[in-house]
Write a protein that binds this ligand. Structure first.
Ligand code: NAP
Length: 278
């Protein structure tokens, strides 16, 4: 049997085992994917033990996406760029780190909304770890990116992601009047903050008065499936997408990295949506 797992702390609420094991079952693949709670002091040992036990790979979640970097022998170009790893492949003696978060975000928008980011004006709200991966891929897809965040310095830190060939992102303070000046030319608004998740369900990361009917509005939060941010956008005529697609597609892109092909995406979607409250 092939062994895989996700390492993090906390880990009990991770939907990764559910998604991956549902796909293995559907394909009758002899694989077992488990969640592994890791104390930070044991991180290195856990990775080396997984290698010694013959694991095919691991996923990595909060708070270890940057902390695993010293224990890897190689990084893919995208992982090197975003300095974050959510997928590990054990190959011979190599421990290779990859980041599928941004790739999963783009794949979900392409598949659910038929969205092509080339030359689109995209406002990214938030500048944390997921924003970093998403901004890197938006730039790769030749989007003009605008970034706003509660902590402006963190938004400015993302400017270094752009290469010489790419359009430089534009940082906008998280202020209604400043955002309102730019909002009509924006095509896509993405919430990458945790505002709206779980118990903060009645807050939005930017004022809903900024939404225009031509906006495509994406929230990467998947629990709840429809945040207040998305509800407000929908009520103003915007096309919307929640975070389930990104969750599923970042997992699918991990399969591509481990085995070179995609899992049954619909099975993964079903497993996630059945387990979440609406
Ligand atoms: P992170 O690195 O901790 O970043 C959090 C971001 O949220 C920062 O920009 C932070 O602003 C902002 N923020 C937090 N509380 C805020 C508040 N009260 N008001 C305004 N801004 C606030 O977190 P992350 O890993 O990027 O995750 C962010 C969200 O994305 C989480 O809800 C997570 O569940 C979701 N996510 C979804 C997927 C998926 O597959 N769908 C994948 C990854 C993450 P400051 O910089 O000012 O602190």
């Amino acid at each position: 049997m092939e062994l895989l797992g996700v390492i993090g702390n906390p880990i009990a609420h991770s939907l990764s085992p559910l998604m991956h094991n549902a796909a293995f079952k559907a394909l009758k693949r002899d694989c077992n994917y488990q969640s592994i709670l890791v104390e930070e002091a044991k991180l290195k040992d856990v990775i080396y033990q997984a290698q010694a036990r013959g694991f095919t790979g691991l996923n990595v979640t909060i708070p270890f996406k940057e902390k695993v970097l010293p224990y890897l022998t190689d990084l893919t170009p995208v992982a090197k760029q975003v300095e974050s790893v959510n997928t590990i492949l054990f190959h011979d003696q190599e421990i290779i780190g990859h980041s599928t978060d941004g790739l999963g975000f783009i794949a979900a928008a392409e598949s659910e909304l038929a969205l092509d980011f080339n030359q689109k004006q995209v406002l990214v709200v938030g500048a944390g770890g997921s924003a970093r991966s998403i901004v890197a891929q938006l730039l790769e897809n030749q989007a003009q990116v605008y970034i706003t965040n509660r902590t402006l310095k963190r938004a400015e830190n993302l400017l270094s992601l752009a290469t010489k060939q790419q359009l430089k992102p534009i940082v906008i303070p998280l202020d209604y009047r400043e955002l309102a000046q730019q909002i009509d030319k924006i095509d896509v608004i993405i919430n990458t903050t945790s505002v709206g998740m779980d118990c903060s369900g009645n807050a939005t990361p930017v004022s809903p008065a900024l939404f225009r009917p031509h906006h495509i509005v994406i929230d990467i939060i998947y629990n709840p499936q429809e945040t207040l941010f998305l509800k407000e956008a929908k009520s103003r005529g915007c096309k919307t997408q929640n975070g389930i697609g990104m969750l599923v597609w970042q997992a699918a892109k991990a399969w591509e990295f481990w085995w070179g092909y995609l899992p049954p995406i619909d099975i993964m979607y079903q497993a996630v949506t059945a387990s979440l409250k609406t």
